[in-house]
Design a protein around this ligand. Structure first.
Ligand SMILES: *[C@@H]1O[C@H](CO)[C@@H](O)[C@H](O)[C@H]1NC(C)=O
Ligand SMILES: *[C@@H]1O[C@H](CO)[C@@H](O)[C@H](O)[C@H]1NC(C)=O
Ligand SMILES: *[C@@H]1O[C@H](CO)[C@@H](O)[C@H](O)[C@H]1NC(C)=O
Ligand SMILES: *[C@@H]1O[C@H](CO)[C@@H](O)[C@H](O)[C@H]1NC(C)=O
Ligand SMILES: *[C@@H]1O[C@H](CO)[C@@H](O)[C@H](O)[C@H]1NC(C)=O
Length: 776
């Protein structure tokens, strides 16, 4: 017996190893930066000869395994290699790193929001215009700035992308409008100034694109790319709404006159529903980012990430963004939707703006009335006209005979018994399966509607979806009350009232339960996320080649749709960065990030500290420096600046050495990066960091006083406590010393982080930064 067992084990262990050794995969060979002395042809020849030398084949042979030769800023290439070839390449001096492409490593992080942010003047319930005047006017609505969108493409016919009245394409623009399936140069205009697509990595893995699944062109068959692009730079379109007229109003992007450049690098996965996933290969994304840098964008918005964060040298987005920073291009990325568990952030590099998601002050109220008269506040955007009582059933009591009790109540595909469900309203619980898929299952089984109850993990957060039948969403607490009612009577009944839009909901913002949380697990001495922005129930343009639920069985077509995710938060920050770029042409990307962060708000529209989805106080691990406040960001007073060489020196300290960059003798570790926030992990006794602020306020003479709210158990001192400036552009340095107050602290916080705030105030500007400290 034992021997058999043993040989069986050997068999299963050996097979994958053998397969792995001979398996040819795509690898990205990263060689640092281009020195600018070679032409594009010379670069490709160099990459080919590099490749042919390691493969010991001629250049023509090498050409067949070369997918991309990156020529603009990022020096490197993507090629099909064996693990042995990749390993030999990684040992060469000129090679900075070799990244193995992984098919499912990256995916997309699936109009009230701007008014809520105060960009719309008086209408914003929470505006602070008085302080710095109309940002949009000052930034001329983003005129002259170009934002690159790395995503699933664009639906160019959307009214949001009209170029009526726009200025001509900037002369410096070098992008193209790439022709493809149902897309040609006529689809670009002064709004959509560029459109390209990248799928060599995708096709190398999945084979030729199935053109029923996706367009072989920049055209969007998903909706996500159209949504994010229109959130950044959509034109003002009056009287739009999602299905059934819910949330009717004017849709517009944050920077309505920016130019948009579309880089499609995310595609549908064969055999996988669009609701469940999509994929973005990093060799394709790197080609997109390298082109965006070459084309001359000012900002790149990337609502894409990994589930597990990667070290910088193995993270295509981080490396591409590093080169963008070198060209002074701001890169905004979503933090990920893997919250509320700690340590779930992606896109952690310090040259990236990492963006979490929170709610806005608009809800779509669709109350539920139970047969016993109890009223429950649900939320919905699904059109619904009937106003009568229906029988109510819990999905766990309506299972098909062949379905195990294990998943009961979740309305998973093919789990319901039509005999029990027909004509009734069904209570389904979140957990496994997609929200829209649950509605589809109730519809399949003949239900009249459904109530989507949150599970314990979702708490009180309500996401509105364009369900395929009448529906309303309720909190976990309310789902339990409805369940108790069903158990209390033999013939439960329910009425769902049609949804109406409620504005100025309080409290708002509240952190989204799904938003990924710190701590940063790549560098525990950099606080991430950086900032939070609206990412729940965001209305924006949609692809007319996809249904609002993304379900294939859903035949509906919409021009505008609701989506939730850090994907939706990211373009809000990208747009604001574009407005700042329009006003402050010379600012570095670090200065723009600093301005966004230090002017962010930490309190909600009730004047209380922003809370987390579960009701507790939101910490900087959810919130970053706070909630985006565009109006304030244009006039931050002081900025924490940093340059590309600081980042390059920081990479040197991690052993990632660009051969053309002279690493400094002194190590630049993360605590020296002049970041606009502070994280110290495993503090033992006392630690001091130096920070430098630059005066960018309008006044020459100004005088800033420091303020500190130390984390419980710590002493924090800022020296000097007063900074005097006599001209704009002047820099002043100060130190922050953090000291453990007493030995009891360890017993209280254990291995957790404690949070505090510090900053500067001159009577006009409040320059706030969060801090997070843990003990050794
Ligand atoms: C392409 O996708 C469609 C839709 O999923 C499917 O019906 C078809 O069989 C696929 N074609 C190929 C060649 O795989
Ligand atoms: C908005 O659109 C709806 C539906 O198309 C229409 O009934 C309504 O009159 C429009 N409202 C305005 C103000 O244009
Ligand atoms: C149960 O049976 C139905 C009809 O026979 C089938 O379509 C469905 O897939 C089955 N469900 C499960 C979970 O096996
Ligand atoms: C979801 O499915 C997984 C795997 O089948 C299971 O382990 C988990 O308990 C399920 N979660 C819920 C909430 O049912
Ligand atoms: C803290 O520092 C002291 C003295 O510098 C050292 O003896 C001790 O081992 C350190 N503790 C930890 C947990 O690193």
């Amino acid at each position: 017996m034992k021997r058999h067992h043993f040989s069986f084990l050997l068999f299963i262990i050996h097979l994958p190893i053998l397969a792995f050794c001979s398996e040819r995969k795509v690898y990205i060979v990263y060689l640092g930066q281009h020195d600018g002395s070679q032409s594009k042809n010379e670069i490709e020849d160099y990459h080919l000869s590099h490749l042919s030398s390691i493969k010991a084949i001629d250049v023509e042979g090498a050409r067949s395994s070369l997918l991309y030769s990156y020529k603009n800023s990022f020096n490197g290439y993507a090629a099909v290699l064996t693990p042995d070839e990749a390993s030999r390449l990684s040992e060469l001096d000129e090679v900075v790193s070799v990244i193995r492409s992984d098919p499912r490593k990256y995916s997309m992080h699936t109009t009230r929001s701007w008014e809520f942010l105060g960009l719309e003047g008086e209408k914003g319930s929470w505006n602070s215009n008085k302080m710095s005047g109309g940002l949009l006017q000052k930034a001329k609505y983003g005129r002259g700035v170009t934002v690159g969108i790395l995503d699933s493409g664009v639906w160019p016919e959307s009214k949001s992308f009209s170029d009526r009245g726009m200025r001509p394409v900037p002369k410096s623009w070098r992008g193209i409008c790439q022709t493809g399936q149902e897309f040609d140069s006529s689809h670009c205009n002064r709004k959509l100034v560029g459109a390209r697509y990248y799928l060599k990595g995708y096709e190398n893995y999945y084979g030729p694109l199935n053109t029923t699944l996706d367009y072989r062109s920049p055209r969007d068959k998903d909706g996500h790319g159209t949504h994010t692009a229109s959130t950044v730079g959509g034109r003002r379109v009056a009287n739009v709404s999602a299905l059934g007229g819910v949330a009717r109003g004017t849709a517009f992007g944050g920077a309505p006159l920016v130019h948009l450049a579309i880089y499609k690098a995310c595609w549908a996965i064969p055999g996988v529903s669009k609701v469940q996933g999509n994929t973005c290969f990093e060799e394709d994304m790197l080609a997109a980012m390298d082109d965006a840098i070459g084309d001359g964008v000012d900002v790149i918005s990337i609502s894409i990430g990994t589930v597990r964060p990667m070290p910088y040298a193995q993270d295509g987005i981080a490396l591409g963004a590093f080169h963008a920073a070198k060209s002074n291009i701001v890169v905004a990325c979503s933090a990920g939707n893997n919250g509320p568990a700690p340590g779930t952030l992606s896109n952690l590099a310090p040259w990236i703006i990492t963006i979490g998601a929170s709610t806005v002050d608009r809800t779509f109220v669709a109350p539920v009335e139970l047969g016993n008269g109890m009223l429950i506040e649900g939320q919905s955007v699904t059109p619904y006209s009937s106003n009568k009582m229906y029988p109510l059933i819990y999905a766990g009591d309506a299972l098909a005979p062949n379905v195990s009790k294990g998943d009961s109540g979740q309305c998973l595909p093919n789990s319901l018994n039509p005999k029990k469900v027909r004509g009734k309203i069904v209570l389904c619980i979140r957990g496994n399966g997609t929200r829209v898929g649950k509605g589809m299952e109730v519809k399949r089984a003949g239900g009249a509607g459904f109530i989507l109850g949150n599970g314990p993990a979702n708490g009180a957060e309500l996401t509105c979806d364009s369900h395929v039948l009448p529906a309303t969403a309720v909190t976990h607490y309310d789902a339990a009350r409805i369940y108790d009612y069903i158990r209390s009577t033999d013939s439960p009944t329910v009425r769902i009232a049609p949804a109406r839009t409620a504005l100025y909901t309080k409290p708002a913002p509240v952190m989204a339960a799904f938003t990924s949380r710190g701590p940063n697990i790549i560098d525990p001495n950099i606080l991430k996320p950086d900032i939070t922005a609206p990412g729940v129930n965001i209305l924006a343009a949609w692809s007319e080649a996809d249904s609002p639920t993304k379900l294939e069985s859903d035949p509906r077509i919409v021009e505008y749709n609701f989506e939730s995710g850090t994907s939706m938060a990211c373009p809000h920050v990208a747009a604001t960065a574009a407005l700042l770029r329009a006003i402050h042409k010379k600012w570095s990307t670090a200065a723009i990030r600093s301005a966004l962060m230090t002017t962010a708000f930490q309190s909600d529209n009730m004047g209380k500290p922003i809370t987390d989805a579960a009701g507790a106080l939101a910490t900087p691990f959810a919130l970053g420096a706070g909630h985006l406040m565009p109006q304030r960001a244009a006039d931050p007073g002081l900025v924490y600046d940093a340059s590309y060489s600081d980042y390059a020196a920081y990479l040197c300290s991690l052993g990632i050495n660009d051969p053309s960059f002279q690493c400094p003798n002194e190590q630049i570790v993360s605590s020296n990066l002049n970041y606009p926030s502070l994280q110290i992990s495993r503090l033992n006794g006392t630690f001091t960091v130096t920070r430098t602020v630059t005066n960018v306020g309008g006044k020459h003479n100004s005088c800033y006083f420091s303020h500190v709210k130390p984390p419980t158990g710590f002493l924090v001192t800022i020296r000097p406590s007063l900074l005097v400036f006599d001209h704009v552009g002047q820099k002043r340095s100060f130190t922050i010393t953090v000291k453990v107050r007493d030995n009891m602290v360890k017993r209280i916080i254990g291995d957790e982080y404690a949070f505090g705030w510090y900053g500067w105030n001159d009577g006009i500007h409040n320059v706030n930064s969060p801090m997070a400290i843990s003990l050794a």
